[in-house]
Design a protein around this ligand. Sequence first.
Ligand code: MD6
Ligand code: FE
Length: 184
Amino acid sequence: MRGFGAPTERYDAAIAALTEVSPFRQLYTPGGRPMSAFQSSCGDCGWYSDARGYRYESLDPLSGAPWPPMPDFFVALAREAAARAGYTDFEPDTCLLNRYVTGARMGAHRDADERDFTQPIVSVSLGAPATFLWYGAARKGSPIRIRLEPGDVLVWGRSARRGYHGVQPPEGGTRFNLTFRRAR
Ligand code: MD6
Ligand code: FE
């Protein structure tokens, strides 16, 4: 949904306040490789990765305290976008915040750490534009390229829910991405 998240300025203060509590940090894959995008979370749980694996944590491992709550307008936007795509009872319990500076990217992966794959994922792009790569059922071949501008919102569900995807580095500047999920 092009521009569904606009105006994007309203996210700036919220992201600053959330990451004051749970700062952006570099996570490591279970194999020990640093991820180039920095991450944080808000909501009832937060996505986390280290040598023990990919998972959702109820407390921020950095502080031992709960993740900050999801701002009300985040939840409202995620619910509205999901409803437009036909998911009328989407109740996200977590929002992953991704920050990409120059050169940072997200390699091809599937989102597979959630309990119920009938629940969609709502993704909001902010800041610098970047190209999203959609591979589909297998992580090979040439992906479909989708340029994501600030304010663009993707709703993923059904057959797309388990597809492989990645993101190229931002084009000049810092990109943020919010992904809303029902994890538990
Ligand atoms: C990003 N997004 O846009 C990374 N995953 O920076 C994702 O990895 C993603 O946008 C699942 C569903 C939607 C997404
Ligand atoms: Fe993903």
